[in-house]
Design a protein. Structure first.
Ligand code: HEC
Length: 101
């Protein structure tokens, strides 16, 4: 009995780790489209806004405002249109976890 419960916990942990790795991979793939302007880890160069370590709520709100047009933008309103709210969350998590140089 105790043995099977232990196994269950171990399998549970394995599953969570695998699922988390998938989420991270998806987020990294999404973030790759931003790297041309914002850098691979969100440390933009050449005067672009730095995304590394940006507050998650602020990030998601900016993306929604770009999409709706509430925040005027030169290019970001176009980029923001290509993603769902769920993907904004993934991107926000990814960039919030990056270190600002
Ligand atoms: C072609 C260059 C370019 C690409 C690609 C790009 N951005 Fe941007 N980003 C900008 C510019 C320029 C701004 C400033 C607002 C504007 O003028 O559009 C900006 C602003 C932002 C901001 C607001 C930051 C702040 O501090 O106010 C966020 C968040 C953001 N971008 C996220 C992203 C994400 C996420 C992606 C990828 C899905 C992305 N950007 C791709 C150029 C780019």
């Amino acid at each position: 009995m105790i043995m099977s419960r232990t196994l269950l916990v171990v399998f549970g942990m394995l599953f969570c780790t695998a699922a988390q790795a998938e989420v991270d991979k998806h987020a990294r793939n999404l973030a790759a489209s931003c790297s041309a302007c914002h850098g691979t880890d969100g440390n933009s160069e050449g005067g672009m806004p730095v995304l590394a370590a940006l507050d998650k709520v602020l990030f998601v709100n900016q993306m929604k405002d770009f999409k709706s047009g509430a925040r005027p933008a030169t290019v970001m309103h176009q980029h923001a249109k290509g993603y769902t709210d769920e993907e904004y969350e993934l991107l926000a998590d990814f960039f919030a976890a990056q270190k600002r140089h």
